[in-house]
Write a protein that binds this ligand. Structure first.
Ligand code: ADP
Ligand code: MG
Length: 283
């Protein structure tokens, strides 16, 4: 069974004036149908305002469809009796780590989720330890979150979600506020969750270089899914991506320009090694 499935999902934000008359409607997600299999690493790309966050909020029952249906591990998000099951199945990590950390001490913060779920105390500590180790933050367990870098805080947020033992984690631009070092730390931690822990990952980003290892990429524009495919399939379409106001990874762009200048380089180069190999064959 799919871990995440949406069928014809449409969501409208409705603006009203003081008299409660409808002033305007924004269709933020427009007829989106997608399926995610357990264990997949999915990336969702899109320019600002393309509907990524609105879609993400449906996967955690923060928002409900205006039309269509969302199932998380088979549970319809509109079914109130399944709300906590859904939130435990699909954890969310947001952009700003400062809004997600509430504890005074790292290990206490990570324990909040399982504590709220009613997990027995002994097991909470086991989960906290295990989660902090997975994201490489165990040695900071006694630290105050205020003293951590952005990348470290974001990894603590991820540990907090992980401690709830979700099957799926949705990360909404988790690196947008981080410096390059922090970005790499977080992306490596996310890859580990998928590779080692086999957790389904849905990573929303507009950094193309974060998604080269994804199993599948969806590109959103104006609420629609505009493109869908493997990273290589997506990055083969440089012009289309530019139309959608997205950048391609530097190495992909360089390969594309060299190809335009007449060098026999294949489309969809994703890594420096691939470009090096292709260039060797040009001689
Ligand atoms: P993204 O995450 O891709 O930047 P969003 O899902 O945040 O896109 O936004 C999609 C569209 O919905 C945009 O046009 C945005 O202005 C609008 N929107 C987002 N949040 C709200 C809101 N709370 N009220 C009204 N419109 C909103
Ligand atoms: Mg967003």
């Amino acid at each position: 069974m799919e871990i995440v499935k949406t069928e014809n999902l449409t969501f409208e934000y409705i603006r009203r004036d003081e008299e409660d008359n409808v002033e305007g409607i924004t269709t933020a997600v427009d007829n989106v149908s997608l399926s995610v299999e357990p264990g997949q690493f999915i990336a969702i790309l899109g320019h600002n305002g393309s509907g990524k966050s609105t879609l993400a909020k449906h996967l955690n029952a923060i928002l409900y469809p205006t039309e269509g249906t969302v199932w998380i591990d088979g549970n319809d998000t509109k079914d109130d009796s399944k709300l906590w099951t859904i939130r435990e199945t699909a954890g969310m990590v947001f952009q700003n780590p400062d809004n997600q950390i509430i504890g005074q001490v790292v290990e206490e913060d990570v324990g909040f989720g399982p504590e709220n779920m009613g997990v027995p105390t002994k097991e909470i500590w086991e989960r906290v330890e295990e989660s902090l180790k997975v994201v490489g933050m165990y040695e900071y367990r006694k630290s105050s979150p205020n003293r951590l870098s952005g990348g470290q805080k974001q990894r603590v947020s991820i540990a907090g979600v992980l401690a709830m033992h979700p099957k799926c984690i949705v990360l909404d631009e988790p690196t947008a506020m981080l410096d390059p070092v922090g970005r790499r730390e977080v992306i490596n931690a996310v890859r580990g969750l998928n590779d080692v822990e086999k957790i389904t990952i849905i990573l929303i980003t507009h950094y193309m270089d974060e998604i080269v290892n994804a199993d599948k990429v969806f590109v959103m524009d104006r609420g629609h899914i505009e493109m869908e495919g493997t990273p290589r399939e997506i990055f083969s379409q440089v012009e289309r991506l530019k139309e959608l106001r997205l950048d391609v990874p530097q190495v992909t762009e360089l390969a594309y320009i060299l190809r335009q200048r007449g060098l026999p380089i294949p489309l969809g180069i994703l890594t420096i090694d691939e470009l090096t190999e292709a260039l060797k064959k040009c001689r």
